[in-house]
Ligand binder design. Sequence first.
Ligand SMILES: CC(C)=CCC/C(C)=C/CC/C(C)=C/CC/C(C)=C/[C@@H]1[C@@H](COP(=O)(O)OP(=O)(O)O)[C@]1(C)CC/C=C(\C)CC/C=C(\C)CCC=C(C)C
Ligand SMILES: [Mn+2]
Length: 390
Amino acid sequence: MSGVLLWVVGPKGNAASLLNLEPRASKKQRRPRLYPAGVRVVSVVSAISSSVASPSRSSVERVYEVVLKQAALVREQRQEEALDVKKPEEAEGLTGGDLLNEAYERCGEVCAEYAKTFYLGTLLMTPERRKAVWAIYVWCRRTDELVDGPNAAHITPKALDRWDKRLNDLFEGRPYDMYDAALADTVSKFPVDIQPFKDMIEGMRLDLRKSRYMNFDELYLYCYYVAGTVGLMSVPVMGIAPESKASTESVYNAALALGIANQLTNILRDVGEDARRGRIYLPQDELARAGLSEEDIFRGKVTDKWRAFMKEQIKRARKFFDEAEKGVVELNAKSRWPVMASLLLYKQILDSIEVNDYNNFTKRAYVGKAKKLLSLPVAYGRALLGPSTD
Ligand SMILES: CC(C)=CCC/C(C)=C/CC/C(C)=C/CC/C(C)=C/[C@@H]1[C@@H](COP(=O)(O)OP(=O)(O)O)[C@]1(C)CC/C=C(\C)CC/C=C(\C)CCC=C(C)C
Ligand SMILES: [Mn+2]
């Protein structure tokens, strides 16, 4: 893949590079690389904007507006399905093509490389849904890599503006490279709104300028941007079970909750690692109420105050997981299991923090292979439950 980061820092694209497919390399050479190495990035400051960034409302209210908008789009699709309008699976032959198939295949390779368990889970989905989830995954991974990858030190708000512009282009059917082409095809087939994608970029902008969160309201908005958005992007593709009687909004809320729960868990797992980068993704007011200072975090000593604080943070993350779990059973049958499995696996990171006696400063919480394997039949059993029908 060529020119991805170059495009971010300053497009060199021309009409021919809109579908930037390389000749197929040998299997060994084909390890997916998200960005070319050694690209110099120009530093220019730029203004930051977001449709959900308005200071007068709470974060929950702002995010809920996006949920409603996205839910309305999917409600329309469900009505069309009820009227037997052509489904994306059936439309495959109309939009297929070797280049597009190869683009999706590459997205699958990236998923398999970066998130093996998740990739295996997607194999349970229908081919169309699986390919679409891969395309979304790759876009999310690349977006995160901009601020967390090898070139992160050079990424500026201006570079993110370019990535944003490129997103607009692909939603309008003008993809810049093959990964974008896969996503462009996905968003043309499924009722996916651009807003959650834009909001994820906004989360990355936030990461460039902010390293402290005054209260949970601020942290919630950050978690929505970088993770809740993934839930909103995924539901239109995973689909809601046709027999589900749950409201579309409630399913979206559950999807949002899963993203928030995952990100809160990420944050709690990575406290030490983040502190070493000068970052504290914990609500400052709650830290103060627990009698903890920034120095306590940087010192990284597990004290009774820290344990008590962590217990509350873990309790809150678990509430979001519980909220999410109620929605998983409303998804299409073939999407339920992988989502439930990922939920159970991520939730267990919280258990592991407890097992580590809340030492998330120097001990990394992880879920061992045996526990991972055991989660699969448990997830299967819960996924079998199926949607609410009354
Ligand atoms: C009704 C219902 C419950 C539906 C399910 C909806 C659904 C599938 C939700 C998915 C939630 C999810 C997996 C969110 C991702 C959260 C996450 C971990 C975000 C990470 C952000 C930044 O984190 P940070 O930089 O702090 O951490 P790292 O050290 O970098 O890890 C992300 C890295 C953002 C980028 C996100 C991704 C690459 C994951 C994208 C995943 C998908 C598109 C597929 C989701 C599908 C399944 C089956 C889980
Ligand atoms: Mn990251």
